[in-house]
Design a binder for this molecule. Structure first.
Ligand code: MG
Length: 433
């Protein structure tokens, strides 16, 4: 039932009110905070979750529409569990339940515990000991206070940046308020309380309205969230989308300038990320793909920052889930302190890269065969698939978690090196799938 980020699926067939009620009931071993994004099916799933929690005898704390990082903060504030009703960047016909505890997504063993509660049936308390639904109207303000020591408000106020923010989801309830408090001249777009005005993923292809708006109003930068506000994407003052690896590199350097330490990223992280960590004097820690792993490693390794090039940034002084709201403030701070985004981004040149898929009937057998016959020089690691690191290139051969394919990612410092290693890797994988 659980995927890499909670439970997610099509509303009506996979995600139903009954499922929300039962999962919320199974997760009610403490009080539970419920939040949602702007999906149309959100309010009815929320009410089903309220019923599941209060029927168990625990209280449901209603956070309303807030981003996932704000809900994660609420679990700390209320010392309660939390459920975010969202399908993140998936289309509007999807919805889902992200389960959070102590400021981060629950671990696999805790998922097992919820599933076993779920399977043992609905827990019902007696008529006179049912829980209550308690709204928390101060949550957004509390969260803004919580992150305020992490932002250089003085620098931002002095620069008074002009910012266009494309909320398109839960972040409408907080990011505009935050940026206004910081002294930005703000042009918010897609701040609707229900539904999405563009596809939820803040990928370049979905952000043409934002890009045009930035140019039209002469903004210093543009920012875009996904549906549940845990992601943030950056547009420069010319209306150009900044390469996602470059966005992550800018953030890494910025965090390392404040404090030296460990930086967490995944096995998919590219050479410019490695370069940025080195340049900033940090140490790179690699995890499997997925924000749960990044958040976990951040805590265990006592790292200062973790990120994935999907616009997901986790700050050790904040909550241990990606935080697009704090990320928005940080990008504005980067502009305020360092100047034009286009010039900052230009300092990073993405290297030549190949991303390919190879169909296979048996992913496991194919991976074993590849591992047995691999002859590409470099340091091998098996954190998630097979990753090889050398001075001039790196590659990752990884079975997809959901499709019958093997993925190859290869990046090299020169085109010649890319071709040389690509030929070898291709031959190896084709002989094994
Ligand atoms: Mg998301």
């Amino acid at each position: 039932m659980f995927g890499t980020s909670g439970i997610r699926g099509l509303y009506g067939s996979e995600i139903t009110p009954l499922l929300a009620l039962r999962i919320a009931n199974a997760f009610s071993y403490s009080n539970v905070v419920i939040a949602k994004d702007t999906r149309r099916s959100g309010p009815l799933l929320e009410k089903a979750a309220f019923a599941g929690i209060t029927a168990s005898g625990k209280d449901a704390i209603s956070a309303g529409i807030v981003p996932t990082p704000v809900l994660a903060y609420a679990t700390l504030k209320h010392k309660a569990n939390g459920i975010m009703i969202t399908a993140s960047h998936n289309p509007p016909e999807y919805n889902g339940l992200k389960l959070i505890s102590a400021g981060k997504e629950i671990t696999k063993p805790e998922e097992e515990k919820v599933l076993s509660n779920y399977e043992s049936g609905i827990k019902l308390t007696s008529w006179d000991s049912t829980g209550a639904v308690i709204p928390d109207a101060e949550l957004v303000d509390n969260y803004l206070e919580f992150i305020s020591p992490l932002i250089d408000a003085e620098a931002i106020a002095a620069a008074a940046p002009k910012v266009v923010v494309d909320c398109n989801g839960a972040a409408y309830s907080i990011t505009p308020k935050l940026l206004l408090q910081l002294g930005c001249t703000l042009i918010p777009i897609n701040t609707q309380e229900e539904g999405f005005k563009r596809p939820s993923e803040p990928a370049e292809k979905n952000l043409s309205e934002l890009k045009e708006k930035v140019v039209e109003v002469g903004a210093d930068l543009g920012l875009a969230h996904d549906g549940d506000g845990d992601r943030i994407a950056l547009i420069d003052e010319n209306g150009n989308f900044v390469n996602m690896d470059v966005q992550l590199s800018l953030m890494i350097l910025h965090e390392l300038e404040k404090k030296k330490g460990k930086i967490v990223s995944t096995v998919e992280s590219s050479l410019i990320i490695k370069d940025a960590v080195e340049q900033g004097g940090g140490e790179l820690i690699i995890t499997p793909v997925g924000s749960t792993y990044v958040g976990d490693a951040l805590e265990k390794e006592n790292a200062i920052f973790g990120g994935e090039p999907a616009g997901e940034y986790v700050y050790s002084e904040g909550v241990y889930v990606p935080d697009g709201v704090l990320g928005a403030a940080k990008f504005v701070e980067i502009f305020a302190k360092k100047g034009k985004i286009s010039e900052l981004a230009d300092k990073f040149k993405p290297y030549p890269m190949v991303r390919e898929k190879y169909p296979t009937k048996d992913r496991k057998a194919a991976m074993n065969k590849i591992l047995d016959s691999i002859d590409i020089p470099g340091e091998v690691s098996n954190i998630d698939g097979i990753r090889i690191d050398a001075d001039e290139y790196w590659l990752l051969i990884r079975p997809s978690g959901t499709e019958p394919i093997i993925r190859l990612t290869l990046e090299a410092k020169t085109k010649e090196k890319l071709e040389e290693i690509h030929t070898k890797a291709k031959k190896l994988i084709e002989a094994s799938v």
